[in-house]
Design a protein around this ligand. Structure first.
Ligand code: SAH
Length: 364
């Protein structure tokens, strides 16, 4: 139990009333002392969930080749910032850098900049990149990363950024909040006052004309702001690749979920000890990046992306060297690309600068 975090959340609610889902997510995931990511390494079979780079080195290698290709298409800037948001165990970056060695000059020009808030995961990342022989530095926020030509990647980062929820009622939209019930447990509430009708959130809510009472809309100003920051950073020169699970166009519905030891859990029962996420609205990310002047491509599915960029060719090569691991390699390809596994729920978008090159495998 993260009893201290539960106590702190209840104290806040008692002092100032129910809190929104975004504030709750922020505290549960990113509280500097008791937050989920601050206190542990959640990945792998023994942890709570498994991400694509932890399934197979092929995921990072394909993305490394994408990055090296984009670096060439951008005119081989040297030096350039190779930025990763939320690098977890550092596996994706280590695999990217190894594959990037196939492009002469790429690794030598790269300055690795990792945006990571968790001290525990920063230590894992340092260990994973010890042998990579590239300069690595860590930042709390993307805003702190020095400007300049940039190639940026983010896998399962946006789903961890907070979302707000709004419920359609007979009298219009109300924010969905979290309060305390009669038995002292965290419980769902609906704000008493109407949700804002102006600003970005108001505009999005006004567009949801199909919403019937009881339906939930999820909106994430934090995610849109992050996409906007990425978009404006690329104005000079650069490219970004974002992979996450979510939908191409915003539907209505509640996707806020908790995962603990590879199973779904009640998101309100144990803040700080379960991973909390909500699906990513890729149309909102692309719109925000475009508003910042970037070109946005996609979304396509992770299966389409990895297949078009040659994951099967890479698998054949790996099987030649590791014949005894052939079945495991085939299983990893199926898991990463299969429609019944990660292949279609996970999506990929790419951004480039206003006059930037079209990133493979997207078309103009
Ligand atoms: N990309 C990794 C890890 C995904 S989990 C992988 O695919 O395996 C989310 C990662 O984002 C973790 O490293 C977490 O500590 C980090 N993170 C979450 N919120 C963050 C924030 N607001 N700023 C920076 N890093 C954050």
């Amino acid at each position: 139990m993260s009893a201290p975090l539960m106590r702190e959340i209840k104290r806040r609610i008692e002092a100032a009333g129910p809190i929104g889902v975004a504030d709750y997510m922020q505290l549960a995931l990113a509280h500097p002392e008791h937050g989920y990511y601050a206190t542990r390494d959640p990945f792998g079979a023994k942890g709570d969930f498994v991400t694509a780079p932890e399934i197979s080195q092929m995921f990072g290698e394909v993305i490394g080749l994408w990055a090296a290709h984009m670096w060439g298409a951008l005119g081989r800037p040297s030096p350039f910032a190779l930025v990763e948001l939320g690098p977890g165990r550092g596996t994706l970056m280590a695999d990217m850098l190894r594959a990037g060695r196939l492009a002469p000059g790429f690794t030598e020009a790269a300055r690795v900049h990792l945006v990571e808030t968790s001290p525990a995961l920063r230590r894992r990342q340092r260990a994973a990149l010890r042998e990579a022989a590239v300069p690595v530095s860590w930042f709390e926020t993307l805003a702190a990363v020095p400007a300049g030509p940039t190639i940026l990647v983010a896998n399962e980062f946006f789903d961890a950024l907070p979302v707000r929820q709004y419920v359609r009622t007979g009298e219009g939209w109300r924010e969905r909040t979290i309060g305390i019930n009669a038995s002292g447990k965290l419980a769902w509430r609906t704000a008493e006052s109407r949700a804002e009708t102006h600003g970005k959130v108001g505009v999005i809510l006004a567009e949801q004309r199909r919403a019937r009472p009881g339906m939930v809309a999820e909106i994430s100003p934090q995610r849109a702001d992050m996409a906007r920051q990425i978009g404006s950073r690329l104005a000079l020169s650069g490219a970004a690749l974002i992979v996450d699970y979510g939908y191409s166009a915003r539907p209505l519905g509640d996707t806020f979920q908790a995962v603990k030891r590879h199973s779904y859990a009640d998101p309100l029962s144990d803040p700080g000890n379960a991973d909390l996420t909500a699906h990513v609205d890729f149309s909102a990310l692309c719109a925000a990046a475009r508003r910042a002047g970037a070109r946005a491509f996609g979304p396509i599915t992770q299966g389409q992306f990895l297949t078009a960029l040659g994951i099967r060719r890479r698998a054949e090569k790996l099987k030649e060297i590791n014949a005894e691991r052939a079945a495991e390699i085939d299983a990893a390809v199926a898991r990463l690309t299969g429609a019944d596994a990660m292949g279609s729920l996970f999506k990929v978008v790419a951004f480039t600068g206003p006059d930037g090159p079209v990133p493979p495998p997207f078309a103009d």
